[in-house]
Write a protein that binds this ligand. Sequence first.
Ligand SMILES: Cc1ncc(COP(=O)(O)O)c(C=O)c1O
Length: 489
Amino acid sequence: MSQNETPLFSALIQHAKKNPVQFHIPGHKKGTGMDPEFREFIGDNALSIDLINIGPLDDLHSPKGIIKEAQDLAAKAFGADHTFFSVQGTSGAIMTMIMTVCGPGDKIIVPRNVHKSVMSAIVFSGAVPIFIHPEIDSKLGISHGITTDSVEKALEQHPDAKGVLVINPTYFGVAADLKKIVEVAHSYDVPVLVDEAHGVHIHFHDELPLSAMQAGADLAATSVHKLGGSMTQSSILNVRDGLVSYKRVQSIISMLTTTSTSYLLLASLDVARRRLVTEGRDLIDRTISLANSLRERINKIDHLYCVGEEILGTKATYNYDPTKLIISIKDLGITGYDVEKWLREKYNIEVELSDLYNLLCLITPGDTQAEGDLLVKALQELSDEFHERAERIHAQVMLPDIPLLALTPRDAFYSETEVIPFSESEGRIIAEFVMVYPPGIPIFIPGEIITAENLRYIQMNVEAGLPVQGPEDDSLKMIRVIKEHKAIR
Ligand SMILES: Cc1ncc(COP(=O)(O)O)c(C=O)c1O
């Protein structure tokens, strides 16, 4: 079958054209049984292919027909031996990767700045995380990837690990030397699992970092929906034969997936794959040029710095994706969150992410010169407006410490716990997650010892208005910790 074909999408259209009488779910039956305002807005085309796993339409849980054909084409496109479609985002694919290689008590080597889905899978599986310190960029206030040396050291100390997880590239677009990391891990027969949430496009352009499959990794969870043109929540899981069994992957992904899989999401993966293969290189070429020209213009604006290739050269910054505009705003004397709000209110611009010190703007094939020009104009006005303040401020970057792990995340999560005031929790073992979302990287994970410095960092994020998530008490006045048993008198 050729990469120009879309077996899943085409079969859905053919099925809808036959206009079958449907005595099956979804009960809205091509939209006729649904709220008319929503139906009108979404449109009958979309509703006609909002279908379910009836005979002719295959079944994601045991694909043998059109879904298998679409997955096989995707595998070819991404250089994998097998591809699984995920309707539960890359989070679902990441949980599948970890639960495929780890059972209770098994070790997994992971960078500490992982997405919360990695930690959720560690809690579910009962695996023991061996944390690697990511390289911290203290100028920007962000974490990069892990180095080959640190993976080597971790494997020397833990050769019995069941996997090494690498984020490639990071949310900010920075990539490690993945090929080398894979070589090191494979010399111990340890599989490499890649969180490729921010890298679906890198496989399709040779000026971008190597993709997981190009680097020889064993498993890769890839968000097609983020930067590859499919619908939100649709991702893929790529598998290389050898150190992992694709049959085990199929069982685990099926255990974690809804039985009511959305065909809209699945079809959007099928067509995104076709476009990436047939037009991806040209589209990405134009995207890189646009992003590079914007970077150059932003760097001419006072008090702003848009990160470019000068960031490369350390062992953790081996390559980067120039389509991500990391804009350091710390010299303006306001937070990234303040800038995010300012751009929303003054220019109706929404950014991907803000933190205390930066903004992240994504440039994709969906952007044109006009959006880029507006961003530059807005940033120029921002710089002018805060000029006086910027002259007075000498910004200092604060980054949280990595706390000590006293219990495995699973033991902590299921321990006897109590809720105490946040301000009195220093020294206690936390039983819940605390993270800023986006990017969803935990400041605390269950089992870690609470430090004063991290409490202060959380407070700074709350005061800046950044979305701190995770604890049951989202006002962050109270926090759940492991119960301490005092001796009985
Ligand atoms: C690094 C990283 N990994 C995984 C994910 C999860 O991806 P998804 O939202 O598709 O579940 C995200 C989401 O932002 C992420 O930033």
